[in-house]
Design a protein around this ligand. Structure first.
Ligand code: F6P
Length: 368
């Protein structure tokens, strides 16, 4: 029988298990064997990481609604920079193990890989194909919704739902105490979660990585509200948002310490700056990994199931490597080169941004 593999890499997103289930059932139903690689690519490169697991109907039963990934993931599992300890050494150093990986694939008799991941995983998949991996079908996953070429990634709808509900809950306590509440949501490079949740949950200001902001403009908005008798304000800030004129962004710090440190703090900084400029009491909070934890929304389940089954259909049709993508309601296979050209940021002329501006929501770029 044809033997194919599936892995999940990078930060987890609700819906990964739905992809695994749909792809497995679609493959097994065609008489193929499906193998799960543990922890990204680590399972194939590091014998201590659990290797490959056979996926069958029984193994994927009842997992559609579960968060996380039954295969485990890896933050530092890039085969081109694989942390490797030389004999007798304590410290692992990055080593290019891509050729080992291609060889391990051949040894296992695997003819294709379904790789569920974000923009980083798609870049790795593309480079592995160029290094000799037979075929890779990428499946776009991330709560950030910032993968190029697809209208949506799974995980995003769930994260927006959690953020919206959390921001909704802040209104009553903000009003009771007449405070400014600053909520930090995820989004290192793109402000999709901040924009969609901020608009849905009636934030007064939304700060995005795409729009450098000025504290004065946000403070002005808060004081305007005060003058109109609304003595509280809600500010939503994406973790990658940055004041005009530069600052060390959480993204830069995050990139330097990826996988090592637990980061936060943009909201705290914004709360202090706004409090100084308005004289109002402010509180900050970081929603963090709550946005990624737990099971997927119905819409993320459906998208993940459709992506997983489509990946197997594209393999059956004999198509080459690519990424499954949602385009105008249809699932298509698009070239990996197209996906890896950059990331999908929020277009500033998008209807959603214009709607927010029409409703008087402040992006921090207006004149004070
Ligand atoms: O890319 C998804 C994401 O959730 C980002 O929004 C966030 O910056 C990052 O992952 C955090 O990941 P981790 O804490 O797992 O390194």
């Amino acid at each position: 029988p044809r033997k194919i593999a599936i892995n999940t890499g990078g930060g987890d997103a609700p819906g990964l298990n739905a992809v695994i289930r749909a792809a497995t059932l679609a493959a097994v139903g065609r008489g193929w064997e499906m193998w799960g690689v543990r922890h990204g690519y680590r399972g194939l490169l590091d014998p201590a990481e659990g290797g490959l697991v056979r996926l069958d109907q029984e193994r994927v039963r009842g997992i559609t609604y579960l968060g996380g990934t039954i295969l485990g993931t890896a933050n530092r599992g890039d085969p081109f920079k694989f942390p490797t300890k030389a004999p007798g050494e304590q410290v692992a150093v990055p080593v290019d193990r891509s050729e080992d990986l291609v060889r391990r694939f051949q040894e296992e008799g695997l003819e294709a890989l379904i790789a569920a991941g974000g923009d980083g995983s798609m870049r790795i998949a593309n480079a592995l194909v160029k290094r000799g991996l037979p075929r890779v079908i990428g499946v776009p996953k991330t709560i950030d919704n910032d993968v190029l070429g697809t209208d949506m990634t799974f995980g995003f709808d769930t994260a927006v739902g959690i953020a919206t509900e959390s921001i909704d809950r802040l209104h009553s306590t903000a009003e009771a105490h007449e405070r400014v509440m600053v909520v930090e949501v995820m989004g290192r490079n793109a402000g999709w979660i901040a924009l969609h949740a901020g608009l849905s949950a009636t934030a007064d200001a939304i700060l995005l990585p795409e729009i450098p902001y000025r504290y004065e403009a946000v403070a002005e908005k808060i004081l305007q509200r005060e003058a109109q008798g609304r003595s509280f304000s809600i500010v939503v800030v994406a973790e990658g948002a940055c004041p005009a004129g530069g600052d060390v962004t959480i993204k830069e710090v995050g990139d330097a310490f990826r996988g090592v440190a637990v980061l936060g703090g943009v909201a705290e900084r914004v709360a202090v700056e706004l409090s100084l400029r308005t004289g109002k009491e402010a509180r900050s909070m970081v929603l963090g990994h709550l946005q990624r934890g737990g099971g997927p929304s119905t819409s993320d389940r459906l998208l993940a199931l459709r992506f997983g089954a489509a990946a197997v259909r594209f393999l059956e049709q004999g198509q080459g490597s690519g990424m499954v993508a949602l385009r105008n309601g249809r699932i298509e296979l698009i070239p990996l080169d197209e996906v890896t050209a950059g990331i999908k940021t929020v277009p500033l002329d998008s209807d959603t941004v214009i709607t927010a501006r029409d409703m008087g929501i402040c992006f921090g770029d207006e004149p004070p």
